[in-house]
Design a protein around this ligand. Structure first.
Ligand SMILES: Cc1cc2nc3c(=O)[nH]c(=O)nc-3n(C[C@H](O)[C@H](O)[C@H](O)COP(=O)(O)OP(=O)(O)OC[C@H]3O[C@@H](n4cnc5c(N)ncnc54)[C@H](O)[C@@H]3O)c2cc1C
Length: 415
């Protein structure tokens, strides 16, 4: 078991205040650490842009526990260690004849971390990565294991938990027969055409992502289309709301292929291959979710700040996500538009912009991504999450001594 002090998150903008980071090599070792620690918190691959993973006690890094993949073809599930990175296990799931319904933009993240924050890909008919969870095993404060599955009354409150309920050791996910996809590039679409048809643009394929810097246009749209099981390829449109299909990159080591070539699901759903440094590499991110019915008005509101946003912006990615019933989900109750900012690594300037930006989204019930920068505190969050009080009760019941408490939880959720 490795143990270190003073560690940073992926972007280098958050220094964990934890006393130590401990990396167990087995679930038994993890359970021992939990049982003897008054304060402990789960850690994935550190890709969150805030202190959601931090604790004053022990940070338990689960990435050293073997994946130990098991496939159940009858139940159509796969089970593996929560510290597993999607990109490592996805080809193995494919080789077993199965596929996941969706992935985030980067395959580098751990299952445990992605599920705990409601991480998502894109697709109006597709839920967040948390919605694929059939069950999970959780170490409680005494180091004992509890399995929570979809039949458990606590499931909808517990699956998206921000590390506040315990340490997730193993996760069982839904899978389906494996499939192939292609990714095509279109653009540009004038701003007004896009906002008038935003829901239709994002319904044009299995998964759609649009990019803008809040000028006069949406510069690029990516369509990720599933190839039917009995076909070699799938027909895609030559143009999208007037935007031509572009040649697209064949896959340059930094991005997955965007040229219409057909490939496995795990090499088309993410934007970046696992061997690359994802995204811009030098950045911070914030992301805001609004009900899809408010998409045009919310985008116009954000664009009113364009002149102040642009000096700090790499790009903004727009995606959609299907509703789910999870108490802390940003998409709880209604399909959403995701407005994801990849900012230059200007954390102080971005933090200064966020109160106004998030204020503009209040009329649209704008909710923040739990793993990214936000100015919202527990007062604001309480108005956005009708089940927040139930989540606080769940935490008090599962963790009465507050072993898994975090400063983030206290500040943002009032737990
Ligand atoms: C370049 C980049 C691109 C991104 N793209 C996307 C995207 O496409 N879509 C999206 O939604 N988000 C995206 N994100 C955000 C990222 O997916 C989330 O922040 C995610 O939570 C990171 O997972 P992680 O494994 O790094 O978790 P961490 O950041 O290490 O932890 C996140 C949370 O999970 C908890 N946790 C982790 N493992 C466990 C465990 N085993 N048991 C209990 N609690 C645990 C932690 O306590 C913490 O609360 C991106 C981030 C980066 C850096």
């Amino acid at each position: 078991m490795r143990s270190t002090t003073s560690e940073l998150n992926w972007s280098g903008t958050v220094t964990y205040t934890a006393e130590r980071v401990v990396r167990p090599a087995s679930i038994d070792e993890a359970a021992e650490v939990v049982a003897r620690s008054p304060r402990v918190h789960g850690l994935g691959t550190r890709h969150s842009f805030n202190d959601v993973a931090d604790t004053p006690g022990i940070l338990l890094d689960l990435t050293g526990i073997p994946t130990d993949l098991s496939v159940d073809p009858e139940r159509r599930t796969v089970t593996m260690g929560a510290g597993t990175r999607y990109g490592i296990v996805a080809p193995e799931i494919d080789r077993a004849g199965f596929g996941l319904a969706n992935m985030g933009s980067l395959p580098h993240i751990s299952l445990g971390g992605a599920i705990a924050t409601g991480t998502h890909g894109s697709g109006t008919a597709l839920g967040s990565l948390s919605t694929a969870v059939r069950s999970f095993e959780l170490l409680g404060p005494d180091g004992g294991v509890r399995t929570i599955d979809r039949d458990d009354p606590a499931f909808d409150g517990a699956v998206l938990h921000l590390g506040l309920l315990g340490i997730v050791t193993r996760v069982t996910l839904d899978v389906e027969p494996t499939y192939r996809m292609r990714q095509d590039t279109y653009g540009p679409i004038p701003w007004d055409t896009f906002t008038e048809h935003v829901a239709e643009v994002h319904a044009a394929a299995t998964s759609v992502c649009s990019y803008t810097v809040f000028g006069d246009e949406i510069s690029e749209v990516l369509l990720k289309s599933r190839v039917p099981a009995d076909a070699q390829d799938v027909q895609v449109p030559d143009e999208l709301f007037g935007a031509p299909r572009l040649p697209g990159s064949p896959g340059d080591g930094h991005h997955t292929a965007r040229d219409g070539s057909v490939g496995p699901w795990w090499d088309r759903l993410p934007h970046f291959p696992i061997e690359s440094v994802p995204s811009h590499g030098s950045e911070v991110q914030s992301e805001h979710f609004v009900p899809l019915r408010h998409a045009a008005a919310a985008l116009d509101a954000v664009r009113s700040m364009a002149a102040r946003i642009q000096p700090h912006l790499h790009v903004c990615e727009l995606r959609t996500m299907a509703a789910d019933p999870f108490w802390l989900s940003p998409t709880q109750g209604e399909d959403v538009l995701c407005i994801a900012f990849t900012w230059r690594k200007h954390p102080a300037e971005v933090a200064a912009l966020l109160p106004e930006l998030e204020g503009l989204l209040v009329p649209f019930d704008g909710r923040p991504h739990w793993g990214k920068m936000s100015s919202l505190d527990a007062g604001a969050v309480a108005d956005l999450y009708p089940r927040l009080a139930d989540f606080r009760d769940l935490v008090s019941g599962a963790d009465p001594e507050r072993t898994f408490a975090s400063a983030f939880g206290e500040r943002v959720l009032g737990t």
